[in-house]
Write a protein that binds this ligand. Structure first.
Ligand code: SF4
Length: 728
């Protein structure tokens, strides 16, 4: 028996009993809103965009969620997933009490325990790790608001290592590339000024299916005003359908197109000479670098006609600086992703759109002081140097690297806290590695609202309450208008679930670290912070959102010199930091792998009804989209003898197969590609709706390409083929 055998959270635990709602005879139901209605401010947690809204209850029951009209993240409207927040609260499959893995001699299982017993167990294991290996051997893997409480707990203990998969599996190359070029990143929400754009270029960014609320709203505003949209995508996405130009590019060749566009802007003298001369460095090197990459060369790589490349480059220039070459969000594709994002950043610089209306605005946040508390002790070692010293330009933890460094007896990391991230469906093709890490680790604590694949590997599972049942930190994001927003409980936590701040606070007591958490209730922290900026918890409980005046200009001011946060103080077309670390200082094209005969590029994306795998089991959202399907071109469908509505398995070249998944035959995808919405194919039976429906793309990924600059995982270099059920 393995030390940590993968377990589904025991069926005996927390089995929900549902009582069917009986409508009494033919009695007329009262109209919604005619009962006793109360309103509670909240901040949506159905994705990371963090829109502020209001939860309405009627007669003590949840009624509806609506957007807060004062909030710039949502402008008064929540997206489909946001309105489904009540489904997360109501989910019958929620984790209900702390669970502890026990070895009963013949096997392993989870048993329900009280909070004190769970905390005692964790504290004992943490102290044992600290004594045997050192206090810096724990790590946090986290996605979401509550993770910071566990980060503080681990830092107070002496462990500073952390990683958010949202870096190495998503936005890392973009953040790094824009940082290298402009000295700062794009932020979240993105600083894109689309409402004022006259030309928008989308490269693999499927806005509309990817429902980042205010971004979609500003995109539609630009469309209403007649903006030109150029969409580069192997798939005819919703955004492509709104575009003047759809460029169905060969997968993996985006850098070739970007270099060709740069070639045209430079050789036809279409770039913003005044802006480049004033703010940029490295133009001479860029001019030389792009000479070989003309549209005729790019045609052979990308399949995009030279005339189309020239026409679209001229359109960008004609509308500059109100041309936005969108930086995208999920940018970990082919392993050369920092270079691709650099090429996008350079195009924006040549068009003069950084800091200009219709391009990228300057972000600002509220200067909110941290709550007074002791500084955590300095770590014994520099964990970044130990774990990821070969990526010197990366300031964040690299989750896949952290997993690698947790495997084996001599692994540096000995314990994990996993907060709200289902690693087996997040890290590509990494389930075996996660299993191996779990085997080696001496402690794994998983904190979440729902059971998921990762909870099966845990020693201890801690049930968090949903965002409608808790306070979290004030939302204070860098954005167009500095704004604070409050999330507060509308309901008491269900079952024995508790907020993250409470768990971290209690665990600190069990570890003798109370001094680092000098409050009994998180409302003390929030109220203190709000009073420092002229507000109060009482005011925020009433208004939910409060705007503050800007102190800095939204755009570059004419005639003002700017010092960029780069080594040269300029926008670096040629990156001195990349050159200094042995990387290409200018974007270089690498020809991508092509699928073996009979296989197709695996292209994946999002749908408006779901946020990754986290919402599939949500009863409201499941009803809207209960399974994913695969998009297959008619010519490929004919080869495999499949038609729309058939169920097939997806198989990768290593023979790994997916769950059965439905086929959609459509000309809206290139013949060499298959598209699938990410997040389906859950294997944990405790998610009773999500279990077994649809296919999991992450599990099929086999040709993961590591970006040499950021260490992030290129996830679009995998191949699959459809296989009829029962064949092979
Ligand atoms: Fe919620 Fe949608 Fe806003 Fe995300 S974009 S925070 S899901 S309303």
């Amino acid at each position: 028996m393995n030390r940590r055998e993968f377990l589904k959270v025991s069926a005996a635990l927390g089995a929900a009993t549902t009582v069917p709602t009986m409508l009494g005879g033919c009695a007329t139901r009262p109209l919604p809103g005619s009962g006793d209605v109360t309103a509670t401010p909240t901040v949506c947690n159905m994705c990371f965009w963090q829109c502020a809204g209001t939860l309405y209850q009627e007669d003590g029951r949840p009624w509806k969620l609506v957007g807060n009209p004062d909030d710039p993240h949502c402008d008064g409207r929540l997206c489909t997933r946001g309105t489904g927040g009540i489904g997360a609260y109501d989910d019958r499959d929620r984790l209900r009490q702390p669970l502890l893995r026990v070895d009963d001699g013949g096997g392993q299982r989870f048993e329900a325990v009280g909070w004190d017993e769970a905390f005692d167990f964790i504290a004992k294991r943490m102290n044992a790790i600290g004594e045997q290996y050192g206090k810096d051997r724990l790590a946090l893997l986290s996605h979401g608001d509550g993770g910071k409480h566990f980060q503080r707990l681990l830092q107070a203990f002496g462990s500073h290592a952390y990683a958010h998969p949202s870096f190495a599996q998503c936005r890392g190359p973009r953040a790094t590339a824009f940082g290298l070029t402009f000295g700062e990143g794009v932020g979240s929400p993105d600083r894109t000024d689309m409402a004022h754009s006259r030309c928008i270029v989308l490269i693999g960014s499927h806005i509309g299916e990817n429902l980042h609320n205010s971004q979609v709203q500003t995109f539609t505003r630009a469309l209403d005003k007649g903006a030109t949209v150029i969409t580069v995508d192997p798939r005819f996405s919703v955004a492509a359908a709104k575009s003047q130009h759809w460029l169905p590019i060969k997968p993996g060749t985006d850098i070739a197109l970007l270099l060709a566009w740069t070639n045209v802007l430079i050789n036809e003298g279409l770039y913003d000479r005044h802006y480049v001369a004033r703010y940029c460095s490295g133009l001479d090197k860029l001019v030389d670098h792009v000479q070989p990459y003309n549209p005729e060369w790019a045609y052979l790589e990308t399949g995009i006609e030279p005339a189309v490349i020239r026409e679209t480059a001229r359109l960008m220039a004609a509308n500059a600086p109100a041309t936005l070459v969108h930086p995208g969000r999920h940018t970990t594709w082919y392993g050369d992703d920092t270079q691709r994002c650099r090429a996008i950043a350079i195009l924006n610089a040549l068009l003069g759109s950084w800091g200009r209306p219709g391009g990228f605005y300057a972000q600002e946040k509220v200067e909110l002081p941290p709550y007074p508390a002791p500084e955590p002790p300095k770590p014994q070692q520099d964990w970044k140097a130990v774990l990821q010293g070969d990526y010197p330009l990366v300031g964040s933890g690299i989750s896949n690297r952290l997993v690698e460094r947790s495997i084996g007896d001599d692994a540096f990391i000995k314990g994990w806290f996993v907060y709200a991230t289902n690693l087996p469906m997040t890290l590509p093709g990494a389930t075996d590695q996660i299993k191996a890490a779990a085997e080696s680790l001496e402690l794994m604590v998983v904190v979440d609202t729902m059971p998921a694949e990762i909870t099966g590997f845990a020693d201890v599972v801690l049930p968090e309450c949903t965002y409608l049942e808790r306070y979290d930190d004030l939302r204070n994001k860098p954005e167009r208008t500095p704004t604070l927003a409050l999330r507060m409980p509308a309901f008491e936590p269900r079952h024995q679930s508790r907020p993250a701040w409470w768990m971290a606070r209690q665990l600190a007591s069990h570890l003798g670290l109370d001094a680092y958490f000098p409050y009994e209730d998180y409302t003390e922290v929030l109220d203190w912070q709000l009073k420092q900026v002229g507000s109060s918890l009482t005011e925020m409980q009433r208004v939910g959102v409060k705007r503050f005046p800007r102190k800095t200009p939204l755009y570059f001011e004419d005639g003002r010199d700017i010092e960029f946060n780069t080594p040269s103080g300029k926008i670096e077309l040629w990156s001195s930091l990349l050159a200094g670390t042995g990387q290409d200082p200018l974007p270089r094209y690498t020809r991508p792998d092509r699928p073996p005969p009979g296989f197709y590029h695996l292209n994946y994306g999002r749908a408006p009804a779901h946020t990754f795998g986290r919402t599939i089991n949500n009863p409201q959202l499941f009803e809207l989209m209960p399974e994913n399907n695969i998009w297959v071109h008619p010519s490929a469908a004919a080869v495999h003898g499949i038609v729309s509505g058939d169920y097939v398995l997806l198989e990768n070249p290593e023979g790994k197969r997916s769950n059965r998944v439905r086929v959609r035959v459509t000309e809206r995808i290139r013949p060499d590609s298959i598209f699938i919405v990410h997040g389906f194919g859950h294997s944990d039976a405790r998610q009773r709706l999500a279990h077994g429906v649809g296919a999991d793309d992450a599990a099929l990924m086999h040709n993961v390409k590591i970006d040499p600059v950021t260490g992030s995982t290129g996830m679009r270099a995998s191949f699959v083929r459809p296989v009829k059920e029962g064949v092979g």
